[in-house]
Design a protein around this ligand. Sequence first.
Ligand code: GLY
Length: 126
Amino acid sequence: MSDEQTLMDLSRKLLQAIDAGDWQAYASLCDDSITCFEPEAEGHLVHGMPFHKFYFDLPGGGSPRLSTIASPHIRLVGDMAVVCYARLTQKLDSNGSPVTTCANETRVWQKLENGWKHIHFHRSPA
Ligand code: GLY
């Protein structure tokens, strides 16, 4: 399998883990030193995993959601990769009607001794 195919598989697994609230799967794909900019961080760069674990630990199953990667672009730079795409998320609004939101994500991966690990991401508001 090419690095590009591997990175697409890992990117899909990452979003599936987020949608399913599967912390073990999410954490297994990330390096503990991950950094991010995401709307929840209010414009600040966040370091590490605890910020993300907060959302996985929230009570209740939550409503179903499905993320789809659209228009992906992958750039390999040595042992690093930059994966960009539009993330379409299907979910239910407060009335129970299906809605789709879209956010742009840039996710950086690094090939470490234990395989590709997610080390940084930036997500736009949806
Ligand atoms: N908020 C976690 C992630 O998007 O990776």
